[in-house]
Design a protein around this ligand. Structure first.
Ligand code: KG4
Ligand code: ZN
Length: 356
């Protein structure tokens, strides 16, 4: 049995978790998430400098609580991991320097984890997670990507958003509709009382230079603008704005686009398992639509556990344990942090000469 202490501070959640595995079974011993949502809500989005300062304030207490709840002494920990990329650089630095200092102090090996690999590792806590090559739809506030994941974590990005991420679109449309931050859960809540086919909104595509459209890529910026134009038109018409109907129509179109392109990609690449992870994977319309459409094509869907969709350190711990189990990967203490880094190069985080 291996035990890992993991730290996640890439955006606005300060999180520490102790995770263990026995063979293929991954277990959470503690997972403390201190959300900063309330601190950023008044600004309508994450303020990077404020987020980094909050991580500095919160991390010692979150760390103490995670150890206490797990009933594990720090000396019994085998590995220490932290998110090192991508994310807000000032925020990543707080978690990474804490993890590496603990490694130096307690003579523990260090693993730097790619945040998106963390998200896709949240699936390791669900029963019957896929063991063979699978397709991941990663939908969060910062990313919308289709990633082919090999048995040993060889990763290849097959599609991505060219502008706003799906979660970002939820947040921006939420703000436009006067809903609270973050927009995703707020839109989902109000959309329950709305008519999802009331308004027709565009399923934006990216043109291919060779002609036609890119099949597995996304664009949400045009959809956001279409909602803005609709809102302006309805405001000019006078009367009450049907916020619930707009929210439900927007949520339906986002889910349809994500489901259609994911299934097309899985079929074209002959992949029978689809994993859905990231903050937007908490959306119930998306979850239900993905299962019903994929089942028609005999594709199995594995959804991230609801409590592990948004940022948390347990998923970072699971990614670390997976790396140790299959590849015996460890990172250099010289590994720094990077705001942007492609997941296709995640394995280079375990090279003697780190990429950053
Ligand atoms: O994965 P995450 O915590 O952070 C990033 O790594 O970006 O995702 C946060 C995003 C936010 O944009 C939020 O609006 C969205 O996930 N989100 C949702 C839901 N819950 C969170 N979007 C749609 N429906 C939800 N229920
Ligand atoms: Zn995330």
């Amino acid at each position: 049995m291996h035990k890992v202490l993991a730290i996640e501070t890439s955006c606005d959640e300060t999180s520490v978790s102790i995770v263990s595995n026995i063979g293929d079974t991954f277990k959470i011993l503690s997972n403390i998430v201190a959300s900063q949502i309330a601190d950023h809500a008044e600004w309508g989005g994450v303020v990077p400098e404020l987020a980094a300062r909050k991580h500095l304030e919160l991390l010692p207490f979150v760390l103490e609580k995670a150890l206490k709840e797990s009933k594990i002494d720090i000396n019994e920990i085998d590995f220490i991991a932290s998110t090192v990329a991508p994310g807000l650089v000032g925020c990543l630095r707080v978690g990474s320097i804490t993890a590496r200092s603990l490694c130096a102090l307690y003579s523990k090996p260090f693993l730097g984890i790619h945040h998106l690999e963390g998200h896709l590792s949240s699936i390791l806590f669900s029963e019957n997670y896929p063991k063979k090559t699978f397709l991941t739809l990663l939908v969060s506030g910062g990313h919308t990507e289709l990633i082919k994941v090999g048995e040993k974590r060889e990763m290849q990005t097959l599609g991505r958003s060219f502008d706003d991420a799906a979660g970002e679109a939820f947040d921006k449309v939420g703000r436009l509709l006067g809903l609270s931050y973050p927009g995703g859960p707020a839109i989902e809540k109000i959309a329950k009382n709305g008519n999802p086919i009331k308004f027709s909104l565009p399923k934006c595509k990216i043109s291919d230079k060779e002609g036609g459209f890119l099949k597995y890529d996304f664009s949400f910026s045009g959809l956001k603008t279409a909602v803005l134009r609709l809102f302006e038109k309805l405001s000019l018409d006078g009367g009450e704005i049907p916020v619930a109907d707009i929210a439900a129509s927007f949520e339906r179109v986002v889910a349809e686009v994500l489901v259609e392109r994911t299934i097309k990609c899985a079929i074209d690449y002959g992949l029978k398992d689809v994993v859905v992870v990231g903050g937007v994977a908490a959306n119930n319309t998306l979850r239900k639509m993905m299962i019903s459409e994929a089942t028609k094509k005999s594709i199995r869907v594995h959804l991230a556990p609801l409590n592990l969709c948004t940022d948390n350190a347990a998923m970072i711990g699971a990614a670390a344990l997976f790396r140790i189990k299959f590849e015996k990967n460890l990172s250099s203490l010289k590994l720094g942090v990077s705001g942007r880094f492609p997941i296709d190069r995640a394995t280079s985080l375990y090279e003697k000469n780190p990429p950053f």
